[in-house]
Ligand binder design. Sequence first.
Ligand code: H79
Length: 448
Amino acid sequence: MLKKQIALCILMLANALFYSGSTYAQQKTSPDSIRSKMQWFADAKLGIFIHWGIYSVNGIDESWSFHNKKISYENYMKQLNGFTAANYNPQEWASLIKESGARYAVITTKHHDGVALWPTKQHHFSVMRNTPAKKDVLKPFYAALDKEGIKRGAYFSLIDWSHPDYPGFLKDSSRYKIADNPKRWQLFQNFFQAQIDEVNRAYKPDLWWFDGDWEHSAAEWQAEKVRKEILSVCPGAIINGRLQGYGDYETPEQNFPVSRPKFNWWELCMTTNNNWGFHPDDTNYKTPFEVISIFVDAVSNGGNLLLDIGPKEDGTIPAEQVHILKELGAWNKKNGEAIFGTLPGLPQGHFYGPTTVSKDSTVIYLFLPGQTTGNIMLKGLTNTIKDIQVVGTEVHLKPKIVGKVSWSPVPGLVFINVPEKCKDPYMTVVKLQLDKPVQLYRGQGGLN
Ligand code: H79
């Protein structure tokens, strides 16, 4: 009996203290069909979000400005007359997105204001029907993305504050209560689902990014049906988590996780300044260093970054946003092997910075935060290190193993002195080639 108990204790201790590489990739469980359709998304890490609509004419909050009564609805809709897309060059957009390193792009096919970027056949607003642009701006963009091998995402607002059969309108007024007029709500259901069907059949997006689900329940949106109908036409389509429980992945907005999210797939959507659409009075741009730090942190914790840009009404992208995307792209070009197609990094505690792991778990990438170089330390690595290289350079380094005690299973500390000359302008990455899949000691020294 005692022997059995001791054996069990040792087994439990071993599980608690050692983090075995052989099961690393299999930690996440989910139906195979979902896992396989999510693979490109898991590998992609970076997407570019595009908020383009009539709100770029005045440079005001997308849809929310009239909803929150900062401007009258009538004056908001006057912006229709100023949306020209006169200098719109979808190939330039796609090339810039490619240059940033992003693997997918998500564009607002329709925001809460109800104005469609594609020529909807429904009796409702579109840039084709109601603006001087007079064309389908979605189609050539998706074609350009296809040419660049970038996955195509469709943001679609479930909320439509412009539609006469949608109950919600201004923040303190609604048109009617669904319970009082279920037939009217049914008209809206038919309408929004017909729009989704139009986009789905005409453009076959790789990813659907719904927004605004919070205004109604899954039953009211017929969320299960919406999902089913999308997948019946495009079985491989990925659907974001804003469909009242019927999506594939989570979408924290502007808020950065601190502890690692438990979700299999998640994506942080974030603005480059403080606004989604073009907002010339908002100059509070994140620096490329800040964007890269946030991006790496998300990837290290198993997420993607969906970084937003807000083009002007004529289709030009603000210079500050072009600059951020280009700098991010230059960094990705040099350091991308540590990002794209990797697995989430080591659990917190081993390294004071973000990390990622290669798919076969035999490589660890250490990201040096705060533009540091010098002596870095890694704790609890049981493996033997075969080689250390500063990513994007030919510099190879030797580790110093400190404090290894012969009689103890606790591994020594790995110190690596990263010379100043290897410093990346934004974030230096160090690659550790291991002898076999990563194995970590996770205990408390002798205090087990
Ligand atoms: O398109 C961009 C924004 O316009 C839209 N999503 C991004 C991608 C967005 N803006 N705000 N939000 C989403 C979240 C809104 C939250 C609130 Fe509420 C709406 C706060 C109060 C009303 C939801 C409902 C949270 C609390 C109640």
